[in-house]
Design a protein around this ligand. Sequence first.
Ligand code: ARG
Ligand code: ASP
Length: 724
Amino acid sequence: MKALNSIHFKRTILILVTFISVYTLIGQGGMWLPNLLEGMNEKEMQEMGMELEVADIYNPEKSSLKDGIVRFGRGCTGAIISKEGLLITNHHCGYGNIQRLSTVENNILKNGFWAANKAEEIPAPGLTVTIVDRIEDVTAYILAGIGDDLDPRERQSLVDQRISALKKATPKTEYQEIEINPFYQGNEYHLFVVTVYSDIRLVGSPPESIGKFGADTDNWVWPRHTGDFSIFRIYAGPDNLPANYSPGNKPLKPRYYFPVSLEGVRERDFTMVFGFPGRTKEYLPSIAIDQTIKVVNPARIELRTDALSIMNKYMREDEKIRLQYASKNAGIANAWKKWIGENQGLNTVGAVEKKRILEDEFMKRVNANPEWSEKYGSVLTDFEKLYKELEPLAFAEAYSYETTIQNIELMRLIGFFNELVKAYTEKGVEGFVSYREKLVPYLNSFYPDYNPDIDKEIFATLFEKYMKHMEKKYIPYAFEPYTSGEVLADVIYDNTIFTQPKEVEKLLRMEDVQGIIDIIESDLAFYTSVQWREMYDLITPEYNRVLEQINYLQMKYMKALMEVFPDHRFFPDANSTLRLTYGYVKGYKPKDAVYYLPVSYLSGVIEKYIPEDYEFDLPNELISLHAKKDFGKYADQTGDVPVCFIGTNHTTGGNSGSPVLNKYGHLIGLNFDRVWEGTMSDYYYDPSICRNIMLDIRYVLFIIDKYAHATHLINEIDIRKAKE
Ligand code: ARG
Ligand code: ASP
């Protein structure tokens, strides 16, 4: 009886806590559209200390903070910090570009790079940055007359038609693009007019030992000491408009650039992070979270653990391999480690249980209202059914994706040759030639970083896992006789042409196209890849069919939540559009008896130093600057240089490189990560342990000035001491 009571008591407390956190999210959580900050957000931000008006942040009529924010490449953010288009982002955001500009002889990834003047800045081919010119709520047009009873497919096709009509009808210059995106799972639509710049040049990068200090061991972890920044410049044509690379282009004169503040941060200071968060799933039902924890994440984690340990083994032994695989490895490891933290965090905060409690309350309210119970009464049970149906498919999709497409390079590569064959089958020689034109540059960037020995070992391991864990119907007949991945890997990798770049080059240059196709098709690796890929193609339509129904239901559920909990604040899930999030500089308590302070220092960098270590080595110059306490104006009141800090800003992947702004809107840091205990914030934001990790701008300036002696850059940046 006593035990029962105590369980009951615990549950009541949990219910209470959940509702407190659902209803009093003051300054905690949420990624807001900059065009919709007026009212609730503005008031709250000012209460929290902001000294600006929202019209200073977003203003389509005149220059405002949003004009200094760029989407950097496809998955990051950056900030403009000078009147000559100087751009700052994370080191890990510029990483791929810096790596491509590096060679073993001139290893700028390893040694760092500082252009002494504009003529030395190096073009980064393929890199673009995007600036948002204007945002408009177009829900009324897109959803006009669309009722709840419309068939999902019909609804979608109507919406798609209107999106494309509106895109065509919206006035724009030749340099602008129009994006229209769904918000609140399709209950709202906003239109973005954007400008894309494509002449972007590398200006500066610290050596990897600073920019990636702590590498994967410290990734997603606080306390952190990574100098995660790199510097680029946007160039434009003579008329200051976007232009493709040309030596005659001029630095962009931006509409806005951020002053940089040396004022720094203290606990409880107001901060905001302005950027392009990629994807969150904050409104999923409990059953979906449960499935992520138990089925999807473990499958992905398991396969990547294998692939990574093989890669790491080779990378540690050989500097050339380390360079070849650095970027690929970082990408695979990043998501892998995040999923591990995500699962732990979801479990620790009891996200499933908390969602269930919310769902109980939801049902209570829905059942008490005949109109709601008619409309929304079955939403949760429908979710149950659909997620049950999804479960085996979600597992198969994850497993199949991580093998055939993600982690075995040869299998992925051959996917492109399969496209080449298809182009030939469908469009003859012309189709072949036009696909080959796209394929060759890809191969030129693929092969220099490819090592067949590593790949073969990964193949052998993942193949065996696949055979062991996948349902029989997803195993190609041809695979059945092979129980040993190693035996099959030997046969394939020792006989295929696709591991030999010179042979492939020769092959593609042959006159006789049919002859080329014959050689490709008779290759055993090709055959294996195609067979394997077919399984993936068998899974995805089924998987997508269920997912489509889930998404439709999710739209309904989102609408229902907003109706049923009218006092709760709902922010739209991230979708790679421009958002503002704000919070306080704040430490946290990761576990019993441990409290993490919110600021890390240069002395902490030195504490972690391990000579010659592949993750924790440091340049001698940095060590001696520390020893001499040669900190210039970049130390704070403690006499040490601040390196990173954490806060309650709600961020996600894509927010990397986002400027961190103080109450005046001055740049004080760069967002680059989240803490391990809080990576579950994409599903469940818990203000008690979710923290974003930011790089203190004073460390950036210290490195540029004292370490790199790039004083011309320091002079170019508008550095403010206190509020001016
Ligand atoms: N975790 C951060 C983000 O998701 C930083 C990643 C940098 N990559 C790395 N492997 N250290 O992107
Ligand atoms: N590191 C992430 C990024 O690259 C940010 C995050 O997931 O917190 O965008």
